[in-house]
Design a binder for this molecule. Sequence first.
Ligand code: ZN
Length: 303
Amino acid sequence: DPTLNVLSEDWHNSYNSVFGDPFCLHSANYLIRLNTPEVCKVVSTGKVMQAMAEDNGRQTHIIQATNVSDFSLAILFDYLELTKITSQATIKAYIPTHKEEMGQKFLRKSADIINYFSCQFGSYPYEEFKLVFVPMQGFYGMEYSELIFLRDEFLNKNYDLNHSEFILAHEIAHQWWYGLVGNDQIKEPWLDEGLANWSAYKYLDDIKGRKSSSANNLTKNINLVKELTDMGSTTEYYQIAYSGGEAFWFGLEEEIGTDKVFKALRRYLAEYKYKIATTPDLLSVIETEAHKDMEYYFNKWFK
Ligand SMILES: [Zn+2]
């Protein structure tokens, strides 16, 4: 979709990467007019305000989305739509037919996860949230505003639920860290990926009784200052942005306690909702909630 360019020190140039998400997007409003065959189901960011049938087997949709980081769209054929209404949002899952039982499971899990993050960080502000299962190669999920894509193999009954549930929680966490608080994913990929991973682990630890924190000590004190364009491989990207990013947060819990970490994240969301935040913005929020000089800790991660 067309998006507004971002001006920081300079105008951002588009950059296409073989790994990672190379985006930095303003929060914006979208009004989309879309013409599709009537037999297809349109799933997108925002809300369909109007759907007008034409006499040639086609349909025009008027779709509106407010305060979103992007506008994303899927046009589906032969898919089931499952719906669950919660106090946070109307959640819809789009699954290939004959996979209804597993689809319901993911719908319930999504409701639990959105509820958990809403309580911990701040409420989910959109009316709808959608998950769409599609064939994927090389990765397992992708986040967009109000909409995530997940690998369709997750719907196989023998697929490892521990893995699919982690990916689900990670992609939903991006609704907060990427969707609501934007960041430059080329310059500071650790910001949204590290937070999405740590948030997913917190959900699994707190709600599912898993214990993830101790496994992450190996990546302690990795240098998080690295731009996507300077990373040589997918391995390096995952090690810095994901493993390094989550380790920063687990380490911070040990330094200032979990309550203060959540308080800092609530403040981070409140101050930077619908804006683009940077590492210094985040560190300053952490220092405010920690009520102490955090230089000694930050210096271990940003060299
Ligand atoms: Zn991610």
